[in-house]
Design a protein around this ligand. Structure first.
Ligand SMILES: *Cc1c(COP(=O)(O)O)cnc(C)c1O
Length: 308
């Protein structure tokens, strides 16, 4: 039994700017891959959960912030596989639950709150051993879901039809999805990651992931860290306006944490002439729209896709 994906479409965009610059731009709609397990998280989780199931494991345990797409997706995917799930949530419990945690709980996820000091230990062997004792027979998936099985899953995002694109662009959090893309990249293609986090440490982390997972990369890749809009989960009015304009032009909802920043970067780089005339660009919509509802509750800023 394997969780089923909807057929994945590349939506070609039509816009005067693209015409003026002589570039082709399409969006890979991973946001539509599954009604409950959206975007890149579908690919990151599929082998983790099918493996856990095969190995007779009864529950999965993972970590995330209170609005985490990864928590939301893990809860739904575990439920699909008939696995129990435990979510260790950073910070204190706030009631009523926000829409992300409410959903996770409705999928059967047991929520446990972890203070920020302990949460920082999430990758320490000693802490993980404590968790294994406290939650026996649980499979631990790291925060954001990045591990080798996730990279195996995300290496299936690109397919043969995508070989016509020279540039593959996607958002970066932990870099797990980016590494899956690198694994499947063809030699005439370039991958460009847009980091949602401030600072260039992500280059180092991606290099480490590449080495650990023995990904061949004669192929070219770069990470742009100039479109974080103040840092992870930070935003500006310019970003919000862009998300609305993009929705009005193309009917595609974006989120303010990842895909909004990534598309803003793509648009800005096209404007600045970064891509030579004739370039074919594929931007990957990694999902994350579930977070727009919680964003609205938190900030009172409406974004597209709220009712979806
Ligand atoms: C988690 C997430 C990312 C980041 O993926 P990584 O594999 O951690 O780099 C990007 N976009 C969306 C919408 C996400 O939910």
């Amino acid at each position: 039994m394997m969780i089923q994906a909807n057929p994945i479409v590349n939506q070609a965009l039509d816009h005067p700017l693209l015409e003026e610059k002589g570039v082709e731009l399409a969006i890979k709609r991973l946001d539509l891959v599954h009604p409950l397990v959206s975007g890149n998280k579908f690919f990151k989780l599929k082998y983790n959960l099918s493996d856990a199931k095969k190995n007779g494991i009864q529950s999965v345990l993972t970590f995330g912030g209170a609005y985490s797409n990864h928590i939301q997706a893990t809860a739904a995917a575990a439920n699909f596989y008939g696995l129990k799930s435990i979510g260790l949530i950073r910070g204190e419990e706030t009631l009523p639950l926000n829409p992300t945690l409410e959903f996770a709980q409705s999928q059967g996820m047991k929520l446990e709150y972890v203070n920020r000091t302990d949460y920082r230990r999430k990758n320490e062997a000693e802490y993980l051993d404590e968790l294994k004792e406290k939650f026996p027979n649980s499979f631990i998936i790291p925060e954001g879901g990045t591990n080798s099985l996730a990279i195996q899953g995300t290496s299936e995002i690109l397919d043969e039809g995508d070989s016509k694109f020279k540039y593959i662009i996607l958002s970066i959090g932990t870099g797990g999805t980016f590494c899956g893309i690198l694994k499947s990249l063809q030699s005439h293609q370039k991958a460009l990651g847009i980091s949602s986090l401030k600072g260039s440490f992500i280059n180092r982390e991606v290099s480490d992931l590449i080495e650990k997972n023995q990904i061949r990369t004669e192929e070219e890749w770069t990470i742009n860290s100039e479109y974080h809009f103040g840092g992870y989960a930070k935003y500006t009015q310019i970003l919000i306006d862009f998300i609305w304009e993009f929705y009005e032009s193309f009917g595609i909802a974006l989120d303010p944490i990842y895909t909004g920043k990534m598309m803003y970067a793509v648009w800005d780089l096209i404007k600045k002439g970064h891509f030579p005339t004739g370039s074919k660009i594929l931007a990957i919509h990694t999902g994350g729209i579930q977070g727009n509802l919680g964003f609205y509750e938190r900030t009172n800023i409406k974004l597209p896709g709220l009712s979806a």
